[in-house]
Design a protein around this ligand. Structure first.
Ligand SMILES: NC(=O)c1ccc[n+]([C@@H]2O[C@H](COP(=O)([O-])OP(=O)(O)OC[C@H]3O[C@@H](n4cnc5c(N)ncnc54)[C@H](OP(=O)(O)O)[C@@H]3O)[C@@H](O)[C@H]2O)c1
Length: 229
């Protein structure tokens, strides 16, 4: 990935930290973003932190404008921003939960992609990878807003894949099962963690999809379910 400009969103999250490290280890120049990210979080001269609120159109556009003026364009976008809220059936899901799920998992991706695609097309390389969830295709009770927001994200990525294949750009989406993150270990202390997906393995897949070898993978929706498959 030497010479490639990579934007990692959610760069300091449970998964995003691994994705950021994996791109840095692969030699990329990485811009890491989240609302609260700090430059000190990654000790590499090839890392630049830019804080941004992605669930607003203006926040996403300002981020892309800053990257364009500092780095010229974007070769790779790895979008890991997202999150979970829920636990109640649809009939009891409140407005705040529904809106939060749309904002975190879908609206942020829409605003970001709309702002970033011109810079990605200009770069002449073009790899986009987003993190959805197993729940996008395998919904269960009590997680309706989350599942629907992730399903919308899958649809968005497949549209981006179809609309940009003429420019040699690929767009793929990964569907993780439960990831072995510190937050999940804290929230589910008695769970069998050996069934969970290792974040380093998802990060390796993201970097591979973003590599030259990933050129023939476009519009893919990739399950990564660990031992719960
Ligand atoms: N953990 C799992 O078991 C699991 C399973 C399936 C799918 N996933 C998906 O995998 C992805 C990563 O999960 P994770 O566990 O690593 O999540 P996480 O630790 O909560 O990280 C989320 C990241 O997104 C950033 N973020 C949240 N809202 C934002 C906003 N409005 N604007 C900009 N940045 C924002 C957060 O940083 P700031 O707070 O600094 O903004 C953080 O860096 C998510 O899309 C999640 O839905 C996770």
């Amino acid at each position: 990935m030497n010479g490639k400009i990579v934007l990692v969103t959610g760069a300091n999250g449970g998964l995003g930290t691994y994705v950021t490290k994996a791109f840095l280890e692969a030699g990329a120049t990485v811009v890491g973003t989240s609302r609260k990210i700090q430059q000190s979080e990654f000790n590499s001269p090839k890392f630049t932190a830019i804080a941004a609120e992605l669930s607003t159109s203006g926040g996403a556009q300002r981020l892309i404008d800053q990257i364009a003026s500092r780095f010229g364009n974007i070769d790779v976008l790895a979008h890991t921003v997202g999150g979970f809220a829920g636990g109640k059936p649809i009939a009891q899901t409140d407005d705040a939960t529904f809106q939060k799920m749309l904002d975190m998992n879908f609206t942020s991706a829409f605003y970001l992609l709309r702002a970033a695609l011109p810079a990605i097309r200009k770069a002449g390389y073009g790899r986009i990878v987003a993190i959805a969830s197993r729940a996008a295709v395998d919904p269960g009770p009590g997680v309706g807003a989350y599942s629907a927001s992730k399903a919308a994200l899958v649809s968005l990525l497949r549209t981006v894949a179809a609309e940009n294949k003429d420019a040699g750009i690929t767009a793929n989406v990964i569907l993780p099962g439960t990831i072995d993150t510190p937050a999940n270990r804290k929230a589910m202390p008695t769970a069998d963690v050996t069934k969970w997906v290792q974040p380093a393995n998802i990060a390796s897949l993201v970097v591979w999809l973003a590599s030259k070898a990933g050129v023939d993978f476009n519009g893919a929706v990739i399950p990564v379910y660990g031992k719960d498959a």
